[in-house]
Design a protein around this ligand. Structure first.
Ligand code: ADP
Ligand code: ZN
Length: 783
């Protein structure tokens, strides 16, 4: 990208220097792919002084010296490796990875057992790496000291050159001036300036034109005054304020019931941070990054950068650059925003810290909340974790660990004296006994829906399952239709249209197709059972089936289905929520997409179609997830002046999780769930790592598992670590997309012991087949 001009003194640097020997400045680089270690390269003379840590460069690899991209992770004066190759060139003149982010990436690489190059890959957005949408300008600078130029000016007769040099003497030397502008102002043509560059009088470099890129991005009004805090909020705020002022690392869990005014506290803490000349980073789950959330930040602050999946590559890149230049006081974004290149960080906020979307499900399998805590430690600043249903990990940590590091703050009441929604259970067994036919919406819920709509209020219905029916099975032989490639059953999708809300055009599924939610394979619903040839039945429930029933029961109802089938893009989702906000929709029915962060004051009824759907999953966090989901969605009701009501339909009316969720009794739930976890030594009372092995061939898979188990056992023995290993054993879903899946589980009371073993297995090459072995530290999903 750079057009380097020759210098006047070019002949002082013999071409020999480029093929120099094994000493001299050396760059240590991490490759973006393939190799789980760093490599050393000599920095050739032509690049000397320009290569910096955090830059993206090109290096030759292998016998054929194929040029590949790599990240500079260290600079040294010499290397132990003999006969080094030369670095080929600089891919991007910017230092893309700042020192604190580099330190963070190194930690991720160690903690999550991922190659540093792979980590750095996900630290920098693709749009930034590919330099999408950025403006370049040719910047001209003087190549000589002003005194030398004066000499040249006195000697030279060329009028045009004199004009260019005189003009250049007037601009700041470092800053330079854009080529065309310079030519215009000096009354010459650009080729004249280029010729002068060839003579070594000036330099011309193609550089990113930062002002051009970011000038339009400063967004937000920043005019909205702050709210008067209530007593609980004030108490929490005062505590947090003192930590922002004092600086230093601290972890602050802000546990506040839904609608208790957590966001207002974030806003005021951030205002305090900005007032001290610092900046703030805010993480929210992608799904909660609705216009509603964004508007609240933009209303309060002037320079807000928002990073979400609805951005174009150009926008993403520009926001990133704006953040990097210090042009944003607040950055709000989803998971990967934890790597935002923000200088002068003063505070980090992680909203809905319990949300499982913070965990990345491919390498590096990091948890953004935990990475954010590490970043706060590196930057030596406070971090605030907010939730109405804290993860048991953070709850235990912040309650049990002593200050000054960890703090537990609580907002036990809703703002403005609003009551939590009144809640009730509907026993679906009883419903079945009393009514003929299949009804997914109980009489009680239907009645409440009608009265809610009649009084001009709105409702939200939650069902944590997409599709029409989660089983397609034969009522004669009893066999369900399975995915051809996974050990799962196919889900039937009747249609992809969203009723009333207007369908999304990009939908890929067609009427009457079956979909596997794991490998996304589709097939047509057969008319007859492929095994016995008799008629097929549909069984179970999904959002499409509830949609159909609702349409039948209340034909005039204006409602929309919100799930990942009906909402193909961020824009679909945005516009549906906007319609709901304007009252053009009376009900939204959806999956967990609608459970988080929405604040619609006119919603007075929340119905949970099936409180049980997550409970049956073979995952030790099933109860915790169920509790979170019910509590969160219940929190959407009654946020305005009218009281809210929550109805939970269940086949398990006595289940303690459902009961405590209904009462929104987090403390009660946490106490009993923690007790249960402690008894069988599950997280947070132990730490876990999981190896997931996959292969198309079952025999190969077994071999792979045995080898890895042997290496792991050897590592445990050799390091004398208190780590227990289980497996290899089949995963709960034994096959996905044609790959058989086995797992090995490691557990220990101490995270460090796990780290030592993981490092040892890694050094022994245990993870070298990256396509077959996935390492998941602190796993969140156990399927
Ligand atoms: P949470 O994030 O805990 O769910 P929010 O911050 O969204 O709660 O607050 C819920 C609603 O209450 C919002 O509409 C917010 O503007 C309002 N609110 C917050 N703090 C106050 C306050 N001190 N007085 C009045 N209204 C408030
Ligand atoms: Zn499948």
């Amino acid at each position: 990208m750079l057009t380097d001009s020759a210098t006047l003194f070019g002949d002082l640097q013999p071409p020999m220097a480029e093929e120099s020997v094994a000493s001299g400045p050396v760059a240590q680089v991490a490759l973006e792919q393939g190799v789980d270690r760093t490599l050393d390269y000599i920095i050739p003379a032509k690049l000397s002084g320009r290569v910096q840590i955090g830059m993206r460069v090109r290096v030759p690899l292998g016998r054929g010296n194929r040029a590949v991209r790599a990240w500079v992770v260290a600079l040294k004066s010499a290397s132990d490796v003999p006969r080094l190759k030369n670095l080929l060139g600089i891919d991007d003149e910017r230092v893309l990875i700042s020192p604190p982010v580099m330190q963070l990436a190194r930690w991720i690489g160690r903690y999550y057992s991922a190659p540093l190059g792979v980590v750095l890959e996900s630290v920098i957005p693709a749009a930034v790496k590919k330099k999408i949408g950025i403006g370049y300008s040719n910047i001209v600078r003087l190549a000589l000291e002003p005194e030398k130029i004066q000499e040249v000016l006195e000697k030279t007769k060329a009028r045009k050159r004199r004009a260019v040099l005189s003009r250049l003497l007037q601009v700041e030397k470092e800053k330079g001036i854009e080529l065309n502008r310079l030519a215009g102002e000096a009354g010459v043509k650009p080729p004249t300036v280029r010729k002068m560059a060839a003579l070594g009088l000036v330099t011309i470099r193609s550089e990113i034109d930062l002002p051009k890129m970011t000038e339009k991005l400063a967004r937000g009004l920043g005019e909205e005054p702050k709210m008067e805090l209530n007593a609980d909020q004030q108490k929490a705020f005062d505590e947090l304020r003192s930590r922002v002022i004092g600086g230093g690392f601290s972890v602050n869990l802000l546990h506040g019931v839904t609608g208790s005014g957590k966001t207002e506290i974030y806003l005021q803490v951030i205002a305090e941070t900005i007032a001290r000349g610092k900046r703030a980073l805010v993480l929210v789950p992608e799904i909660a990054l609705t216009p509603q959330t964004v508007i609240r930040f933009k209303a309060r602050f002037k320079r807000v950068a928002v990073l979400h999946s609805g951005l174009t590559a150009t926008e993403r890149h520009r926001f990133w650059q704006q953040i990097s230049d210090g042009g944003a006081d607040v950055a709000v974004g989803a998971r990967s925003a934890v790597f935002a290149p923000m200088p002068g960080l003063g505070a980090i906020v992680v909203d809905e810290e319990h949300d499982s979307s913070y965990k990345q499900d491919q390498a590096p399998r990091y948890h953004a909340r935990d990475v954010a805590i590490k970043r706060a430690q590196i930057e030596n600043i406070p971090i605030i974790l907010g939730s109405a249903t804290p993860s048991l990990e953070m709850y235990r940590l912040c309650k049990e660990q002593p200050p000054p590091r960890y703090h537990y703050l609580t907002l036990p009441n809703r703002v403005r004296g609003l009551a939590l929604a009144a809640s009730e259970l509907v026993d679906m067994h009883q419903e079945r006994r009393l009514r003929r036919g299949v009804h997914l919406i109980s009489q009680r819920l239907e009645h409440l829906l009608r009265t809610t709509i009649e009084s001009g209020r709105q409702a939200i219905l939650l069902l944590n399952r997409r599709g029409y029916s989660n089983f397609v099975f034969c009522s004669s032989c009893g066999e369900p239709i399975k995915c051809n490639y996974c050990d799962t059953t196919m889900t039937y999708h009747r249609s992809v249209e969203t009723r009333a809300a207007g369908a999304s055009s990009a939908a890929a599924l067609h009427t009457g197709q079956m979909l596997c939610h794991y490998c996304l394979a589709t097939s047509v619903l057969p008319e007859k059972c492929p095994i016995c040839g008799k008629k097929l039945s549909l069984f179970g429930l999904g959002t499409q089936r509830v949609e159909e029933e609702l349409g039948r029961k209340m034909p005039d109802l204006k409602f929309a289905r919100v799930d990942s089938d009906s909402m193909r893009t961020f824009k679909d989702y945005e516009s549906t929520l906007a319609k709901f906000a304007r009252g053009e929709l009376q009900v939204i029915l959806g999956t967990q997409m609608i459970a988080k962060g929405l604040d619609f004051p006119n919603v007075t009824l929340v119905g949970v179609i099936s409180g049980d759907t997550a409970l049956a999953l073979p995952d030790f966090r099933a109860a915790e997830r169920t509790f979170q989901l019910i509590t969160q969605v219940a929190g959407r009701a009654g946020r305005g002046d009218a009281a809210g009501r929550v109805v939970v339909q269940t086949f398990l009316p006595d289940d303690p999780t459902i009961r405590t969720a209904l009462k929104q009794d987090y403390i009660g739930f946490a106490a009993s769930e923690l007790k249960g976890r402690r008894e069988i030594n599950l997280p947070p009372y132990s730490r876990m790592a999981r190896f997931i092995l996959r292969h198309q061939d079952q025999v190969e898979l077994l071999k792979l598992g045995q080898e890895l188990a042997e290496k792991t056992n050897a590592a445990i023995a050799e390091t004398k670590s208190p780590v227990t290993m289980r497996g290899p054993m089949p995963c709960a879903i034994g096959r996905i997309a044609g790959f058989h899946r086995n797992q090995i589980l490691l557990q220990s009371d101490r995270a460090e012991a796990l780290q030592i073993v993981l490092q040892s297995v890694r050094a022994a090459g245990g993870f070298s087949k990256a396509e077959a072995v996935a390492v998941d530290v602190d796993p969140v999903a156990m399927l």
